[in-house]
Unconditional design. Sequence first.
Length: 341
Amino acid sequence: MLIKKGILFPVLGLTIFLVYLYFFVGIRELVEALQKTHPVYYSLAFMSLLLGATFYSLAWQHILGLLQIKSALHKTFSFVWIASFIDLVIPAESFSGELSKVYLMSKNSGEDMGKVAASVVSHRILTTATALIGTITALTILFLEYQTSQLVVYIMLLVTAISTTSLSLMCCLSLRPRITMKITTWIVRFLSFISRGHWELTHLKTEMEKALTTFHRGMRLLIEKPKNLVVPFLYSVIAFLFDLSISFLVLFSLGFPVSLSVVLIVYTIVDAVQAIPLGLPGEVGITDVAMATFYSLLGVPLGISASATILTRIITVWVKILGGYVAAQWTGITIQRGVGR
């Protein structure tokens, strides 16, 4: 039932984007552009998605190893796809997917959730840092090479500021046990207030404090030897480059090759906004419209920019939804078989 309700968000997004195409692009221009799609280059974009997910999984797998959490790579890869699926169908972009990874990996490995959360948060910090480097690079290129709308510049500055703040908050909460313990106390007090004493929260508080203790212990273990994080950081960079190449290959398949700087600027805007866990449905058409609009602002013809957006989103949204759903079903079957035995 949750999946059926959640799928409404991307479907609603598709409807909004179709309205945008009809009124602002023109169906004829769109169809003419789509007819020019080169299947070989477009298939390479699919390969980039798979390779990006593989290196993203390898980064997490390496961090799990550093924390002595045992998991087969195919399991880690599967949980990454399930998390992407959950992010796309539940209106809590990024936050819901990260929670699912903590839960699934904890169940799979038998490790404490706090320890697994340390692996997920540290992985998120590395990927956010990678994306921030890409955003700063894109902003620098924008200032040096383009005379574009002030709107693009302001949005890039806003994205950079939000990404920097998000990264700083994650690092601060990861390294300051006192702060997280205080937040836990506030949460329990708030729950106690709204329940008016009807809920027994002592056990919940004890479990949360236990999880936070193991979480911070895991984070300290990683920080004590920062050189060990070089490999997962490199994996994160490679994953970022493969994800970036999807848009580049899509435009190339449409017979409109552009500089990597254009793709980087648009990609970092869209990716950074989606990666911020604001609890908003990130796939409700705004992303599609923004991608097409920013491409056109950077000199890509509107018909090509709309076609590139459609073809890109097929890969980055609908293929991920399908792949994540299959991974979720397979994981469920595997768990049932294990229980049966």
